[in-house]
Design a protein around this ligand. Sequence first.
Ligand SMILES: [Zn+2]
Ligand SMILES: [Zn+2]
Length: 175
Amino acid sequence: MKKICTCCQAEFEISSGGANQCSVKCFLFARMDKSGGPNSCWPWTGPKNKTGYGAYHPKRNKTINAHRAVFKEFVCDIPDSILVRHTCDNPSCVNPSHLLSGTNKDNTNDMISRGRHIDGRKKIIGENTSRAKLTEKQVLEIRSLKDTQMNIAKKYGMSRGAIRLILNRTNWSHI
Ligand SMILES: [Zn+2]
Ligand SMILES: [Zn+2]
C-alpha cells in the first residue's frame, strides 16, 4: 500500500500498515519536539527508558538511546565504541546540535566537571573527605610524636583506635 510520510510528505510504499514515516530519518525527526526553536533542547516525544533517555527500537527486540540514533542519522554514523553525549545535560534532548561524540573518558570528565559525579578516590582519602578531622600536617605531626597512642589520642580529641590506624598507615596511607 502507498502512504504519505507525515514528516517529509513523500509518498512511500509499505507492506503492512504500521509506519507513518518513510525512513528512519523521518521517524526520528517526527519525534523531536522542536517547539522551543533551533537552539533550545528538543525533547524526544517517543517512549523513554528508566534513566530518562529517549528509547528507539530499530528492530523488534532491540532498543537504543534515541539521541544516539539521531546522532547516527543526522550527524555521523559512528561505530558502537564511540559514545554520544549531551552538551546540554538533558537526557531526553535529541537536538543534533546538542550532541557530541566522545569516549567513555570524556563522558566521565564531563560528569566530574559538572559535579554530578563524586570522585571516589578523593572522597575516601585526605582532607577532602567530610569525615576528616585532621589536616595532612597534623597527621605528619602525629607520626613524628614519641608519645603513647593514648596520650596522642587525648591531645587530638580522637580515639586511640583512630590514632593507631594513622600510625600503622591503615588511614592516611597516601602521605
Ligand atoms: Zn519522510
Ligand atoms: Zn539539549
